[in-house]
Write a protein that binds this ligand. Structure first.
Ligand SMILES: Cc1ncc(COP(=O)(O)O)c(C=O)c1O
Ligand SMILES: N[C@@H](Cc1ccc(O)cc1)C(=O)O
Length: 472
């Protein structure tokens, strides 16, 4: 008999959840313009919008808040955070930022020149936005398999070395300020990069004099997949795998809101002294003193503690297993999802799920809205709306992946919550033909998915035609 495991923590404080009626959810969805980003959290039952800043902190982290040193300069809490980053990730120099995109802004401004090209293993919205704002063109060098939701590959986040090599030959290494390597790859479904691939990318880049900058946002989850799937690492501790991963890079941007187990914070880290000196000059313009960078002393204190907790082997094993627990229920029910199940989320393949809709009818947006209507579960569109428009032609970017992300916050929900989510998705799948597409009524020029507004297509004025089916 396979023995079951449980959460490696117990619950000390609880937060009651809202349970709205169908009519109340319908009103909330209309007020939000069918955009789950615009729904008020008090109208949400199970919030799977994001794993960003939504982790539950431990009692030790809450305790750490009390000893936060709020000195404007030279804060003791900053020293603790700096020490934790050096010890766990292994970089020489660290600068705190208010969150990940603060670090992305600094890195992009410091390294990119107009006309440069930044290769990456699939784009991320904020990362690409900063690269483009500074005059670079992003080029996707992820393996082709990553764009196929049903293709089973243990390391779907891997870089296609041939793509990277031919890009270097095409544009010249002097036009490539750095390679941006995300571990794991959010937009591909939380998919990991293998150690072997990280090493190969680093060696190739070293040969050509190009830096490798990690997007380390979900690096601990990546380390777990290496332990689980890559030969030779099965008996390694997560902390040792992490150290090796970081040794194949020159620096990183980090959104502490994910794997560092805090609600806010981030950092930029590097080994190059000269880059560090220039970063110290720029951080004061955008973030704050190099000893707080937009964070309160208490937040830095909690983040230092969170970094150590995140490398606990029991914690990370449970984290990945919980995401998989939800994913496996959906796979067993025949729901089209991105496979293998990634590190932070289960991604529904909306293109398949709502195969009666064209991509211009925003299937993933419509599915996320329908899920909220059905059960009060909030998810996120990751498809054509998120991909925005082509800068030159003004046309929609049409990504191959048209997904709805069910993102699991860390240490927040139990597996019973996962069951409720699974039931709702399965119920929707059974009545999928009743879900109509959407029209975009308001479209902001940048990062449009955050604030865009929609309504159900005219010929099908209701999002879900059959109310009876969604009552409950
Ligand atoms: C892969 C990845 N990179 C960067 C960021 C940016 O981080 P932040 O939200 O802390 O600005 C995020 C989340 O936003 C992310 O998921
Ligand atoms: N990084 C967070 C928050 C976020 C969400 C969507 C974005 O496009 C940008 C940021 C996430 O992936 O959930």
């Amino acid at each position: 008999m396979k023995r079951r495991t449980a959460e490696p923590y117990k619950i000390k404080a609880v937060e009651p959840l809202a349970m709205l009626s169908y009519e109340e959810r319908k009103d909330a969805l209309e007020r939000a313009g069918y955009n789950t980003f615009l729904i008020d959290s008090h109208d949400v039952y199970i919030d799977l919008l994001t794993d960003s800043g939504t982790s539950a902190m431990s009692d030790r982290q809450w305790g750490a808040l009390m000893v936060g040193d709020e000195a404007y300069a030279g804060s003791k809490s900053w020293k603790k955070l700096e020490q934790a980053v050096r010890e766990v990730y292994g970089y020489k120099y660290v600068l705190p930022t208010h969150q990940g995109r603060g670090a992305e802004n600094l890195l992009s401004q410091l390294k990119i020149k107009q006309g440069d090209v930044v290769p990456g293993n699939m784009y991320f919205t904020t990362t690409r936005a900063h690269q483009e704002l500074n005059g670079a063109r992003f080029v996707d060098i992820i393996i082709d398999e990553a764009h196929d939701p049903s293709y089973e590959h243990p390391f779907k986040g891997n870089v296609d070395i041939k793509k990277l090599e031919s890009l270097i030959h095409e544009v010249g290494s002097e036009r490539i300020p750095y390679v941006c390597l995300a571990v794991t790859v959010n937009m591909a479904g939380g998919q990991p990069v293998s150690m072997q691939n990280m090493k190969e990318v680093y060696e190739l880049c070293q040969y050509h004099g190009i830096d490798v900058m990690l997007d380390a946002t979900r690096c601990v989850e990546n380390a777990y997949f290496i332990k689980e799937r890559e030969a030779g690492y099965e008996n390694h501790k997560i902390k040792d795998i992490l150290k090796e991963m970081f040794s194949y890079s020159d620096g990183c941007t980090m959104s502490g809101k994910k794997d560092c187990l805090v609600n806010i914070g981030g950092f930029l880290a590097m080994n190059d002294e000269e880059l560090y000196a220039r970063s110290r000059e720029l951080v004061v313009v955008y973030e704050g003193m190099p000893s707080y960078g937009g964070m309160a002393g208490r937040d830095m204190e909690a983040m230092a503690q969170g970094i150590y907790e995140s490398i606990d082997d029991h914690y990370i094993q449970h984290r990945i297993q919980q995401v998989r627990y939800l994913g496996q229920q959906l796979i067993d029910a025949g729901i089209p999802v991105v496979q293998p199940i990634g590190g932070h989320a289960v991604y529904l393949d909306a293109r398949q799920f709502l195969s009666h809709l064209s991509q211009e009818e925003f299937p993933a947006q419509a599915l996320a809205a329908a899920l909220y209507l059905d059960s009060g579960v909030r998810a996120m569109e990751r498809g054509i709306v998120s991909a925005g428009r082509n800068k030159d032609t003004g046309e929609h970017n049409k990504p191959k992946l048209e997904l709805v992300r069910l993102t699991i916050p860390r240490r927040v929900y139990t597996n019973n919550h996962m069951d409720v989510v699974a039931d709702s998705v399965i119920a929707l799948y059974e009545k999928r033909r009743n879900i109509s597409g959407l029209r975009m009524d308001y479209e902001p020029p940048t990062l449009r998915f955050f604030n865009a507004r929609f309504s159900p297509l005219a010929q099908n004025a209701e999002l879900i035609a059959d109310h009876e089916l969604v009552e409950g």
